[in-house]
Design a protein around this ligand. Structure first.
Ligand code: GAP
Length: 490
């Protein structure tokens, strides 16, 4: 049995080395908390997105998908509350001028205390922080930082400013004649995709003849000027969300909130995430639009953190857009209410939202997949490999086709197999280097199946198939390769 280790720093450099993730504009020393996905990363990200999209839209006959623009009328963000409320409490160290998100500063301190065995202090400080955040008690938060002598990582001093709010939205100017100080031409880069769904509620409901309860799903970029952006692609300034707003009858929100939290956790498990690595965490401080909210947390290599948010958003957003746009946004429900024996009639629907970060899910998948393995060979010497055990159904490349030699007609057979398979799934063709080296490279990229064409293939039309996770090999008919891979990835 292989001996496995899992190391976050190694994972980050592996992602770069094998074309998964690069720092943005790296030749100019990068841009903080912005990343580019390479040839393998882009494909894995697309596969995860497609899996989500299919399970939301194709597998639910009452959910449809849209693709709204990133730019939205600036009033959208006034109505949604983001201009006034989308901010985080921040604190600056006066000696280093370094700015911290207050919750991150305190959480970092709690983690340090836990690491040195001060479990009770670690717990107590997090409980106090949650209580103070829930009350927006900024003076209390500063006091908590000072009482615990929490220091700046750079200056090592406790010389802090007061706690202040900092808006996280990026803005830019719209139109050729716009100038930076012209408030009328200011537009925001959307900080969540959800508002594109809310403003299209009536368009979709009417053109799709949707009946409540129904959902609108969307995937797309979102932008937040995160102050403390860290932990690789966990917290980025430009990231992608996969959100679904589920429109329901007022009063049924808790039933749907419970339904979607359980459903989403099950969905993550269907992606191969072990149940014991997922947990629910109820929000103490609710966002301005929510009457209940929870996170589905994953145990990342740096601790338990939010992977997905489930929010009961009430009728807040639709009502706000109705008020600011002065357009009636309501639904006529002609189902009969058993209590009154009359149709439910006109109302503003309530909303339960599921919102998962695509990049965060990518990080979840890849950190679970990454393994450094060592084992003893039969001759007593040690062997090792680095492998990405990405579930076959979402792996970027499904099959590597490897002729043993570059001659004797083997490449021709391999290319014929490639032509047969490539319209059905992603294949990779490679004829350079020794076969063992090529297998290791495919392990490192996460390709679940390799097929080797050798001289025996010419005699009996069989090939060797090698399985990434177990490294076992078997001989199968060349004509069965495509069918077998299709079975494994579906
Ligand atoms: N529409 C609701 C909403 O945006 P959120 O909890 O702020 O709620 C939802 O974000 C999800 O988006 C999070 O659970 C996380 O997966 C992802 N996310 C949020 N901020 C992120 C960031 N800076 N970088 C990467 N992913 C982020």
């Amino acid at each position: 049995m292989a001996n496995e280790t899992n190391n976050f720093a190694e994972l980050i450099s592996h992602c770069k080395e094998y074309g998964y993730i690069f720092q943005s504009s790296e030749i100019y020393d990068g841009l903080a908390a912005v990343y580019d996905y390479g040839q393998n990363g882009a494909q894995l990200k697309k596969n995860i997105r497609d899996y989500w999209w299919k399970s939301m839209t194709q597998m639910h006959d009452n959910i449809v998908g849209i693709d709204a623009a990133i730019f939205m009328h600036p009033t959208t963000w006034k109505a949604s509350g983001h201009v006034d409320n989308f901010s985080d409490p921040m604190i600056d160290n006066k000696d280093s001028n370094k700015r911290y998100r207050v919750d991150h500063l305190i959480e970092g301190f709690a983690e340090e205390q836990l690491a040195i065995g001060n479990e009770q202090l670690s717990k107590d400080i997090l409980v106090s922080m949650d209580e103070l955040l829930a009350k927006d008690d900024y003076a209390g938060l500063k006091q908590l930082i000072e009482d615990n002598k929490i220091k700046c990582a750079i200056s090592k001093t406790c010389n802090w400013t007061d706690v202040r709010q900092f808006n996280l939205m990026f803005s830019t100017e719209f139109g050729a004649t716009a100038s930076a100080d012209d408030e009328n031409s200011k537009v925001y880069l959307r900080p969540e995709t959800a508002q594109g769904i809310f403003v299209n509620f009536l368009n979709v409901q009417k053109t799709g003849r949707m009946k409540i309860p129904f959902g609108i799903a969307q995937t797309g970029k979102a932008f937040r000027n995160e102050i403390v952006a860290r932990q690789f692609i966990f917290r980025m300034r430009e990231f992608e969300q996969m959100e679904m707003q589920f429109f329901i009858r007022p009063g049924t929100q808790m039933e749907w909130y419970n339904f979607w939290s359980a459903e989403r956790k099950k969905w993550h498990e269907s992606m191969g995430i072990p149940a014991e690595k997922l947990r629910f965490h109820d929000h103490v401080k609710l966002a301005h639009y929510a009457d209940a909210a929870m996170d589905i947390e994953f145990e990342f290599p740096f601790g338990w953190k939010e992977l997905e948010g489930i929010h009961s958003r009430t009728d807040f957003d639709l009502k706000q857009h109705q008020e600011y746009s002065k357009k009636k946004i309501q639904y006529f429900d002609n189902d009969i209410d058993a209590a009154t024996n009359k149709p439910y009639g006109n109302y503003t629907p309530f909303v339960v939202e599921t919102s998962v970060g695509l990049d965060r899910l990518f990080l979840t998948i890849i950190s679970l997949a990454y393994a450094e393995e060592k084992w003893l060979k039969e001759d007593g010497t040690e062997d090792s490999r680095v492998v990405l055990k990405i579930p076959a159904k979402i792996a970027p490349t499904k099959l590597a086709i490897l002729p043993l030699l570059k001659k004797d007609g083997l490449p021709e057979i391999a290319k014929e197999l490639m032509d047969d398979c490539k319209s059905s799934f992603m294949c990779f063709y490679e004829e350079k280097d020794a076969i063992g080296k090529r297998y290791r490279r495919m392990d490192a990229i996460g390709t679940p199946f390799c097929v080797t064409i050798d001289h025996q293939t010419k005699e009996d039309n069989t090939v060797t198939i090698r399985y990434r996770d177990t490294m076992t090999q078997e001989r199968i008919a060349l004509s069965d390769v495509k069918k077998l891979i299709m079975e494994k990835i579906n």
